[in-house]
Design a protein around this ligand. Structure first.
Ligand SMILES: C[S@@+](CC[C@H](N)C(=O)[O-])C[C@H]1O[C@@H](n2cnc3c(N)ncnc32)[C@H](O)[C@@H]1O
Length: 278
């Protein structure tokens, strides 16, 4: 999840990241693991949409943050939720039938619809964009004067899972290993992201961090969870390379041992950065 396939092709092509999420949509956020809702709560607490406001939620997935924003703005407000994965958008439509002021549409987070928007928000999305700088400029253009931008992204992760990570990533040919956004680029530190926002015409830049703990009921749920979200890109690569069975052989004994010891748990820190259009 904290990794990005860089390049325009990667986000547009069916084999790219939006294609991966489209194939994940049937189970995304529905395998009994509470994660995206907790992250979205952090984001919407911080963007704090008020009744009557207009919110654009980019990379909306099945609406973890868009649904929360829609409840906050109420029927006098408006939320437009967009995602490149059509099946995510369909899934959100099914969940929003009682919120007619929440619209959803297929759309690229890099090309936001004209505003003005009081809030532009993105939960666990912007590290997928090949040109974050251009997107920040576009969000600034579509925000109302004093409008707020909010995004969530990953901080530290539980290093006790390193053996699993090594099996998942190390078992793939170099070309299928996505770059780790945590070691380079604007998402490598709080300071680098905050500086970038200031450079692109934002102020009141603030980052908060919350640790999200995830407890898996068993190895099967870990696999279901992995197929249901961004990590799917790596599992599909194993499938293509014929190494999925070997991966299972490497990982399952570890998962079973941890489950038997009642420590099949994982955590990640999630950061939320908000800023105001200067
Ligand atoms: C980790 S999910 C987060 C979804 C949702 N915000 C949530 O918190 O549950 C990332 C989402 O970003 C979408 N996505 C990736 N690149 C995108 C782009 N360029 N434009 C729009 N959506 C994109 C994916 O299809 C996926 O639904």
């Amino acid at each position: 999840m904290s990794e990005s396939s860089a390049g325009r092709e990667a986000t547009d092509s069916p084999g790219g990241i939006a294609g991966v999420f489209d194939r994940a949509a049937a189970t995304y956020d529905q395998v009994g693991v509470r994660f995206f809702g907790i992250v979205a709560e952090h984001l919407v607490d911080r963007t704090a949409p008020r009744p009557g406001e207009r919110v654009l939620d980019v990379g909306c997935g099945r609406g973890a943050s868009a649904l929360r924003a829609a409840r906050a703005v109420g029927p006098g407000g408006r939320v437009l939720a967009t995602d490149l994965a059509p099946r995510m958008v369909e899934g959100l439509r099914g969940l929003a039938t009682d919120l007619p002021w929440l619209e959803s549409a297929v759309g690229d987070a890099a090309d936001p619809p004209a505003g003005p928007w009081d809030v532009v928000q993105a939960s666990l999305v912007l590290f997928f964009l090949p040109d974050l700088r251009a997107a920040l400029d576009r969000y600034r253009e579509v925000l109302s004067p004093d409008g707020r931008l909010g995004l969530t992204w990953f901080g530290a992760v539980d290093t006790s899972w390193e053996a699993v990570h090594t099996a998942v990533v190390g078992g793939l040919p170099e070309a299928d290993r996505p770059p780790r956004v945590t070691t380079a680029g604007p998402f490598s530190s709080v300071a680098s992201l905050e500086d970038l926002l200031r450079e692109h015409g934002y102020d009141d830049v603030v980052t908060t961090e919350r640790r999200v703990d995830v407890a898996f009921t068993g190895p099967g749920q870990w696999w279901d969870w992995s197929w249901s979200q961004g990590q799917r890109v790596l599992l599909e690569a194993h499938e293509r390379n014929g190494t999925l069975a070997a991966l299972r052989e490497a990982v399952d004994p570890l998962l079973e041992e941890w489950a038997a010891e009642d420590r099949l748990t994982w955590w990640t820190d999630v950061r939320c950065t908000t800023a105001r259009r200067a």
